[in-house]
Design a protein around this ligand. Structure first.
Ligand code: NDP
Length: 500
């Protein structure tokens, strides 16, 4: 009996990874699978190229990265169509994703020199005879492992910042979106043909594992928490530093003074865009009692208008066929525990699609509240007040993003969320703001991409002190006299000994 191919499931055939559309099963492309020795060779080549790339300096890299940005901008429709074909993502969503990635390339290229370049730092009274100098030097080769759900935004979030900092990058795209990953790498090679500064290796999870062990100087991972732990364990063997962007279960809080129409609109988009397959997607909503019913009504009204299908629809197919079972299980479990489906429900799962599903009054110990669903579903639970909403939002080990709708207390509530990011009166917007760092806490990982912190993530701080005068109070020499030490004691008490 021959196995039936489930559309979207990658196949390895004759040493090639065959990528297919999750909607139609049509082949989108095939790429050679990298053996462990191939990964090592690609990393070696990237290391040779790293010297040349670092030697270009910030200005040289800036010009090239801005030209890369230009290629992506000019070919944005072509790339969005490819993302649609390979991952099933609606073209408008793909356009927004590429636009966001372009903005990050632009900012990283323009700001790397300012943030990472050599600078003087102030010295203090102690060691005033020395000047301080700081710069962030590139690691060398950065390995980037990416997921399928945002196959341009996530690898660019690491790669553009790593490249701008002077590293070369070896990317392992998800086996579900290797063709898009290769397109991205090829687009940079168009404007930087001299050396392989951005290359890709392809295959299944074992190729990612080989990249972790390949001797890269830093590993930037984006994917599930389960895999993040494996990556960290593999990298621990060689003390390779890691950046982990892992899963989430982001909450939205709707306070009593929120604009309910705006909240409902943002909730539907933040929860259901990309068919809910978004790490920072809204999965749980806590609305305070006085506005709960009105808010739910507005969400249902909007979500029921969304179209589902292959082409031109608001919600495309579930990219990873295996996820359909997870989504179904979460819906079934929520209903079995007493939750109610006010839109959709178990029947909403019709492979490869899932219709929008809104579940209310779902017990907090349900799978749909506690675990990443990664489908176009939302739980909306009623809470007494904002304090209870914050307590529930913070009750999970994840802590990636979040959203708050309200007026008077909204910013204060956002600050109390145990998460790396939060959006007030919008959803997901922090991901597109290149000046802000992106990353999570707890099981959502650690380290940051984007913004100044995202640039520093890809540079080793190098601290230099330089003598500029003779020491009046010699401390760090065997030549010091007992009188010098007595003076040191006196100065220490004078400088730091005050009681207040
Ligand atoms: P996975 O963890 O399954 O895979 C992520 C990447 O890791 C893939 O390229 C995968 O390769 C690779 N991989 C698999 N096994 C190993 C291994 N042992 N060692 C090294 N690499 C390995 O995640 P998904 O691709 O399913 O992506 C969805 C997840 O990503 C969700 O949890 C989502 O929340 C999270 N995510 C987090 C983001 C963030 O910024 N925090 C952003 C976007 C998504 P292969 O595909 O071939 O198995």
């Amino acid at each position: 009996m021959t196995a039936v191919h489930v559309p979207g499931t990658p196949i390895v055939s004759e040493g090639r990874l065959v990528s297919t559309s999750p909607a139609t099963g049509t082949e989108v492309g095939r790429l050679p699978v990298s053996a462990e020795a191939d990964v090592a060779r690609v990393v070696d080549r990237a290391r040779e190229a790293a010297g040349w790339w670092a030697g270009l300096g910030f200005a040289g890299r800036r010009g090239r990265l801005l030209r890369w940005r230009g290629v992506l901008a000019r070919r944005i429709e072509e790339l969005a169509e490819l993302m649609h074909a390979e991952g099933g993502k609606p073209v408008p969503d793909a356009i927004v994703e590429v636009l966001t990635a372009i903005e990050h390339i632009d900012w990283a290229a323009r700001n790397a020199g300012r943030v990472l370049g050599p600078r003087r730092v102030r010295s203090r009274l102690v060691l005033a005879e020395f000047s301080g100098h700081l710069e962030y030097q590139p690691y060398g080769v950065v390995g980037v492992i990416g997921p399928w759900n945002y196959p341009i935004f996530t690898p660019v979030g690491s790669s553009a910042y790593a490249l701008a900092a002077g590293n070369t990058v070896v990317l392992k795209p998800s086996e579900y979106t290797p063709v898009v990953g290769q397109w991205l790498v090829d687009s940079l090679a168009e404007v930087v043909p001299e050396q392989p500064v951005f290359t890709a290796v392809h295959g299944l999870g074992d190729v990612g594992a080989a990249l972790c062990r390949s001797g890269v100087d830093k590993l930037a991972f984006t994917g599930s928490t389960v895999t993040a732990k494996k990556v960290m364990a593999a990298c621990a063997e060689t003390l390779t530093p890691v950046l982990l962007e892992a899963g989430g279960k982001d909450a939205m809080i709707v306070d009593s003074d929120a604009d309910l129409d705006a909240a409902a609109e943002a909730c539907v988009w933040g929860g259901l865009t990309n068919a809910g397959q978004t790490c920072i997607g809204i999965e749980r909503v806590y609305a305070v009692e006085p506005v709960f019913d009105a808010f739910v009504g507005k969400v249902v009204e909007r979500a029921s208008r969304l179209t589902v299908g292959a082409d031109g629809a608001d919600i495309g197919p579930i990219t990873m066929p295996g996820q359909l079972d997870v989504i179904r299980r979460h819906i079934d479990d929520a209903l079995a525990r007493g939750g109610q489906a006010v839109l959709g429900g178990t029947d909403a799962v019709q492979p490869p699609y899932v219709r929008p599903t809104i579940l209310v009054d779902v017990p907090e110990d349900s799978l749909a509240v506690r675990e990443e669903t990664f489908g176009p579903t939302l739980t909306i639970n009623r809470v007494r007040d904002a304090d209870e909403a914050v307590a529930r939002a913070n009750a999970l080990p994840y802590g990636l993003g979040g959203s708050v709708f309200g007026r008077r207390r909204a910013v204060a509530i956002a600050r109390r969320l145990r998460s790396g990011m939060a959006a007030v009166n919008s959803t997901l917007t922090f991901a597109g703001m290149s000046t802000l760092p992106f990353g999570g806490v707890g099981e959502s990982g650690f380290g940051r991409i984007h913004g100044e912190d995202g640039l520093r993530e890809f540079g080793r701080p190098k601290a230099i002190t330089r003598r500029r005068a003779r020491s009046l109070l010699p401390a760090t020499t065997f030549e010091r006299t007992p009188a010098d030490v007595a003076r040191l004691v006196k100065v220490t008490k004078l400088l730091y000994g005050r009681r207040r």
